[in-house]
Design a protein around this ligand. Structure first.
Ligand SMILES: Cc1cc2nc3c(=O)[nH]c(=O)nc-3n(C[C@H](O)[C@H](O)[C@H](O)COP(=O)(O)OP(=O)(O)OC[C@H]3O[C@@H](n4cnc5c(N)ncnc54)[C@H](O)[C@@H]3O)c2cc1C
Length: 416
């Protein structure tokens, strides 16, 4: 069923009785060419591109909860391609280009809004680092502008420019960055994959990975054994647990990240703004709520909720950046489980098992990567070879010493 203004009009006149479910609820088959574990953004995008780019449609996505119940429906929706290092920037640049045509391609309103992302800087050293990052982005074909203080003030006048501790000196802006409705992205990819014949199996937890010799033969699930020729893991925060079922220990720690939404306010912030003095970022949703978050809770956990100490530090950062919101009421907060890699960059690769493939390590930045991750993981599953954009995102970089240490924090998951 094609979604359009006309179909809304037609259904409006006929009592909205003609809408079809956006995807089927199939029972699992005994065997698939490809099984993907995890019905988050990355698993669904992978299934979609497997079908669309490679014509592989005998595919199942197995999701232990409901589609979009993981981080894809929990993130703060920021989409950008402002990376510095060679292994990352072309990958995220490709992702942003895919985002730009995604809604038309999927025939689904994911509320993609290229409202601009501004990273504030507060010192000369930070300005120089941002200038370097902006230059790297432009070399990769992305847009980047280094704004001075008055240019930032013209865009976001309510910031605390004269804060004695963290005076705003300027910002690095990527105008093509912005936000997209997170669960809409999952639903759009799900509908697109389903319409091409992919089976999306909800409430189906993978509990074991069956192996014979050096190959995977299928997965044990809460709905019985399902065989496959190839298995792709896209379980985000649960990657370590799922890989362990295949006898693998990943360079991943699972940690909690929280997000917050305030009561609805009149529109007053048009861009996504990130604070340079602490890990804090802020945007305003179309409903008017301020959407914001900060750093990790800094302990390993599989709980999708966080603790109060982080709530306090996020609120402190909010008030330091925008004092005028200090009396705004926070309505909701939630947490998601981050698959923190040791260098802060993702992993899309083969594994020591012949037909087992891995997609993980997205830390708190995997939403923006959803299209490119699906694109490259589908390529890997279909061809057995890394896509050229994901060549640096190999698992063995940790043993070869070729980490992609984007933030310069070294090999400590909790610092990325
Ligand atoms: C609070 C918060 C804010 C964030 N903000 C941003 C942001 O602004 N921008 C950005 O780019 N990124 C952001 N992220 C990160 C981003 O959301 C994640 O990196 C990304 O969504 C991870 O990929 P995914 O969508 O496939 O994960 P998920 O949606 O978590 O998908 C993994 C799925 O695997 C399923 N699963 C796990 N184990 C099993 C099993 N055994 N069997 C079957 N299924 C299983 C899970 O139920 C889950 O649905 C944020 C994350 C959080 C939590």
């Amino acid at each position: 069923m094609k979604y359009s203004a006309f179909s809304i009009f037609r259904e409006g006149l006929s009592g909205n009785r003609g809408w079809k479910p956006a995807w089927r609820e199939p029972d699992p088959k005994a065997h698939y060419d490809v099984i993907i574990v995890g019905g988050g953004g990355h698993g669904l995008a992978t299934a979609y591109y497997l079908a669309k780019n490679h014509g592989i449609t005998n595919v199942a996505v197995l999701e232990k909860g409901y589609l979009g119940s993981g981080n894809v429906g929990r993130n703060t929706t920021i989409v950008r391609a402002n990376y510095l290092l060679e292994g990352n920037e072309p990958f995220y640049a490709h992702s942003l280009r895919l985002w730009e045509g995604l809604e038309q391609e999927l025939n689904f309103n994911a509320m993609m809004s290229q409202r601009g992302v501004i990273n504030l800087y507060h010192s000369d050293g930070q300005r120089d680092a941002f200038a370097r990052r902006g230059n790297a982005m432009r070399l990769a074909g992305e847009d980047a502008e280094l704004l001075d203080r008055e240019q930032v003030r013209a865009l976001v006048p309510f910031l605390d420019f004269d804060n004695a501790r963290f005076p705003v000196q300027g910002g690095l802006m990527q105008r093509r960055g912005g936000t997209a409705r997170h669960d809409g992205v999952a639903w759009g990819y799900a509908r697109g994959a389903d319409s091409r014949g992919v089976d999306l199996i909800q409430n189906c937890e993978v509990t074991g990975i069956r192996r014979e010799g050096g190959r995977v033969t299928g997965v044990e699930t809460t709905r019985g054994f399902i065989g496959c020729n190839r298995l792709g893991l896209a379980a985000a925060g649960n990657s370590g647990q799922v890989a362990e079922m295949a006898g693998m220990r990943l360079p991943i720690e699972s940690q909690v990240l929280q997000a917050f939404v305030s009561e609805g306010l009149k529109p007053f912030i048009d861009q996504v703004v990130t604070f340079g003095a602490a890990l804090f970022y802020l945007s305003q949703s179309d409903k008017g709520g301020l959407v914001f978050g900060g750093s990790l809770d800094m302990y390993n956990s599989y709980a999708q909720r966080g603790n109060l100490a982080t709530v306090e530090s996020v609120m402190e950062a909010a008030c330091a950046m925008v004092p005028s919101i200090s009396r705004v009421k926070v309505l909701r907060a939630w947490g998601g489980v981050m698959d923190m890699s040791m260098d802060g960059s993702p992993i899309i690769d083969r594994t020591p098992l012949d037909n087992l493939y891995l997609n993980c390590g997205w830390c708190y930045g995997g939403f923006k990567a959803t299209p490119a991750s699906g694109w490259c993981f589908a390529h890997l599953l279909a061809t057995g070879e890394s896509h050229e954009l994901a060549c640096a995102l190999r698992l063995d970089r940790f043993t070869r010493g070729y980490q992609i240490d984007e933030t310069g924090h070294g090999a400590q998951a909790n610092l990325h």
